[in-house]
Design a protein around this ligand. Structure first.
Ligand SMILES: Nc1nc(=O)c2c([nH]1)NC[C@@H]1CN(c3ccc(C(=O)N[C@@H](CCC(=O)O)C(=O)O)cc3)CN21
Ligand SMILES: CC(C)C(=O)C(=O)O
Length: 301
């Protein structure tokens, strides 16, 4: 071993793992290992996701409009607000593959607008794919992103950015005509170069059929367990808010209520003079120094 190598080994007790790439995600797909994705919307949620050994990828989804910024839908989200939140998530990520959304209003008006928004995000670093809701209407945009080296994740089925047209946050593709349309959209996204596809709120039968007939991974949310992977919004999975959860969510925790209980405990401790505890939570000063201080302080009174 060279001297340099032994020095590196001595001082790097926990060498950081490298960040996962698209090919790591494809390895899981080839091995038929379900791909796990969770959203993050700030530094804290990014840290939690990055540290979970069972999570493969992190999505900065525009759902952050609703769960982190309190908007009624994803339409109100400003690109700049989303951009600042994305920066916070990026600071927290070391290991996971990172997918970032293009929010409503940042890609529709022209191919140029779409490319500019995507490039602005890519310049932050660590981003492995840009996600857009839609299909045929995005053909030129997706092809251009791909041509410039930006891997694209498609998003079909329920497209929350189009909820005004599609009757709210409702399952899609439940009749044969709609199902065929979604299947065609999936084939089209694959054809024009998408590397991953999110399938949201569609019947399990349909997402199974789509997944079997594509050769790129599908990531489902509310689409059953026959997709190549699953994504959930972290605040739903951990119960961070007091919102009504969609049917497809399995709440693994209720941080919201646990946190309210914990804050009540803090408040009670303060009001009952049980916190802070002098012996544990305070900084000591020896008596001699304090007496000296009192004498010195006399002159100020
Ligand atoms: N917190 C949160 N979780 C999400 O999964 C999520 C967001 N926000 N915001 C953006 C979109 C919107 N999504 C949603 C939101 C609500 C339902 C929902 O409550 N659906 C009802 C009705 C389904 C139906 O009738 O077809 C349900 O009971 O599941 C579904 C998808 C998924 N995304
Ligand atoms: C619901 C997921 C797939 C999403 O797009 C988001 O978090 O914005």
């Amino acid at each position: 071993m060279t001297i340099i190598k032994s020095i590196i080994r001595k001082y790097s007790t926990h060498p950081p793992k490298r960040q996962s790439s698209l090919s790591d995600i494809y390895k899981l797909y080839k091995n038929k290992t379900p791909i796990t994705v969770i959203t993050a919307h700030d530094y804290i949620t990014g840290k939690i996701a990055d540290k979970s050994s069972k999570i493969d990828a992190i999505l900065v989804g525009d759902s952050l409009a609703m769960v982190a910024k309190g908007h009624p839908s994803t339409l109100e989200l400003e690109f700049d607000d989303f951009y600042y939140s994305t920066k916070s998530v990026i600071r927290s990520i070391n290991e996971k593959f990172l997918i970032v959304d293009l929010p409503f209003g940042s890609f529709e008006s022209s191919i140029n607008q779409c490319i500019d928004s995507a490039i602005k995000l890519m310049k932050l670093g660590k981003i492995g794919s840009i996600k857009l809701e839609g299909s045929y209407e995005l053909t030129d945009r997706i092809k251009t992103l791909n041509n410039f080296g930006i891997p694209v994740t498609g998003h079909i089925g329920l497209q929350p950015q189009k909820f005004n047209l599609t009757g709210g946050f409702k399952a899609q593709g439940r009749n044969s005509i709609q199902a065929l349309e979604i299947f065609k959209q999936a084939l089209h996204l694959q054809e024009i170069g998408c590397k991953l596809i999110v399938l949201e709120c569609i019947p399990e039968k349909l997402s199974h059929y789509i997944t079997e007939n594509l050769n790129i991974p599908t990531i489902g949310i509310g689409a059953g367990n026959k997709t190549s992977g699953q994504v959930l919004v972290m605040s739903d999975a951990l119960g961070m808010l007091d919102n009504k959860l969609p049917k497809f969510v399995n709440p693994y925790l209720n941080i919201h209520n646990l946190s309210i209980d914990a804050l009540n405990n803090f408040g009670n401790d303060v009001k009952n003079l049980n916190f802070p505890v002098s012996s544990t939570h305070t900084y000591p000063m020896n008596d001699e120094e304090f007496e000296k201080f009192q004498k010195l302080a006399q002159t100020c009174i």
